[in-house]
Design a protein around this ligand. Structure first.
Ligand code: GDP
Ligand code: MG
Length: 455
């Protein structure tokens, strides 16, 4: 798993402040291996690694991250963005915005899961799980039909699936031409006011020109609003060629990746996306009809790289630390400016943003935790708020020049923040301690401390 691989490499490169050609080389090799192991096609891996490298080089290792985590952050972000926008649960996964019936054409190799997915989508639409702009769009009246006249059992299979999905099934006959079946179905759906017509098609075991021509002619005739390419996640590397052929033959509108419940790492998702440029819309996660989920690029990126923990760690750090702020502060300290109570307040705000204080405090160097107000366990957040209250009751000038704080001002601040004067004094002496620490740290600078905080 990539997390373990990278942490091995990362051990050799602690304390470096930016991503460079040399310190990323080993890690990029691991990323490349991880992608290949996940069955991402080689040309796609090459492109991807080059992209990550370009994005990563020269990047400052921010805040609490070490270079390894920073690189994983870049990898994860790139992978997620390559996989496409997160359609999420509130987005419109299928476009049905057309004069009804909205036709959905299913394309893909034999065994990819077209018939099963037809049933899943039909059920999902009929039950009203389809959302449009975040709102449930209501139950659809769905008709399914099979234009697969080559496999004897194919039409019966769709009949069974339609029964399970509780949607209408239009019988077709293996002696008919697929185009005639499609034309009749379209006519039937129009006359009986169906919202959606789903057309299941034949697939061959491999790509062949006759099949491509047939599905192209079905496309011309049906003018579907959605043309979905169904592909088996277990196909791995081969998915690239298949996707390419279908993408060239048809104006696809989306991809459904099936059999993700298997042990495939899902590398096909990246390959197919890369080759077709079309959004992955759904994933199949079981052979049952409820085994359909909207596609989430983020989750897929994590699956492909096998890197759950480290990603959440990186995300937490990136979300919470205002990197720019931290760096500004670091520069100030380095440039010999003194660390005043305004800085202290900024710093506390950063700490507060990090959320879960308990676990964060364990990572703080003991001195800093002490100076920040003897923050301990469950008391931490309360104490933090009190300290912040005291700081907020000061004027900016007072925060910039704590030596202004004589007895009368302290009384005013204590009253303003609702604490005893002793607490103001305690806070100030802790701050002085911290200031001393900051002076010592000038060489290593803030970045070092922030990194220590990240563990
Ligand atoms: P088609 O030839 O493209 O129509 O493929 P089918 O829909 O007949 O599916 C082929 C096989 O894959 C069947 O045994 C399905 O039950 C199975 N299948 C389809 N989708 C999934 C899925 O998401 N997960 C699992 N485990 N099996 C699936
Ligand atoms: Mg089928």
């Amino acid at each position: 798993n990539l997390t373990q691989r990278l942490s091995r490499v990362v051990k050799t490169m602690r304390g470096e402040a930016r991503l460079t050609e040399s310190n990323t080389q080993d890690m990029l090799r691991e990323v490349r291996m991880a992608l290949l192991e996940a069955d991402v096609a080689l040309p796609v891996v090459r492109d991807f690694v080059a992209r990550v490298k370009e994005k990563a080089l020269g990047q400052e290792v921010a805040g609490s991250l070490n270079p390894g985590q920073a690189l994983v952050g870049v990898v994860h972000k790139e992978l997620t963005s390559l996989m496409g926008a997160d359609l999420g649960d509130g987005a419109s996964e299928l476009s049905l915005a057309t004069q009804p019936p909205a036709v959905v054409l299913m394309a893909g190799l034999q065994g990819a899961g077209k018939t099963t997915t037809t049933g899943k989508l039909a059920k999902w639409l009929a039950e009203g799980n389809h959302t449009h702009h975040g709102r449930k769009s209501g139950k659809k009246k769905v008709l399914v039909v099979s234009a697969d006249v080559y496999r004897p059992a194919a039409i019966e299979q769709l009949r069974t699936v339609a029964e399970q999905a509780k949607v209408d099934f239009l019988p077709s006959d293996a002696s008919q031409k697929p185009q005639d079946i499609a034309a009749a179905a379209l006519d039937h759906a129009r006359r009986h006011h169906y919202d959606v017509l789903m057309v299941d098609t034949a697939g061959r075991l491999g790509i062949d020109e006759a099949m491509m021509q047939e599905i192209r002619s079905l496309h011309d005739l049906l003018k579907p609003i959605e043309t979905l390419f169904v592909v088996d996640a277990m196909q791995g590397q081969d998915a690239v060629n298949v996707a390419k052929a279908f993408g060239e033959a048809l104006p696809l509108t989306g991809v459904v990746l099936t059999k993700l419940d298997g042990d495939s790492r899902g590398g096909a998702a990246l390959s197919v996306r890369h080759v077709t440029g079309k959004p992955l819309k759904f994933v199949g996660v079981s052979e049952k009809l409820d085994g359909l989920e909207p596609f989430h690029p983020e989750r897929m990126a994590q699956r492909v790289l096998g890197m759950g923990d480290i990603v959440s760690l990186v995300e937490q750090a990136q979300k919470n630390i205002d990197i720019a702020e931290a760096q500004k502060l670091a520069t100030r300290i380095k440039s010999g400016n003194k660390f005043d109570l305004n800085d202290f307040r900024d710093q506390l705000q950063q700490v507060k943003k990090m959320g879960d204080m308990g676990s964060l405090l364990e990572k703080l160097p003991a001195q800093f935790a002490q100076a920040a107000g003897q923050l301990q366990g469950g008391q931490a957040e309360k104490q933090l708020r009190r300290t912040e209250g005291i700081l907020n009751s000061m004027t900016p000038a007072e925060r910039a020049k704590p030596e202004l704080l004589k007895a009368s001002r302290k009384r005013r601040i204590a009253a303003g923040s609702g604490v005893p004067v002793q607490e103001v004094n305690r806070m100030l002496s802790q701050f002085e301690q911290m200031q001393g620490m900051m002076k010592q740290m000038k060489k290593g600078g803030m970045a070092k401390m922030m990194r220590a905080m990240g563990g």
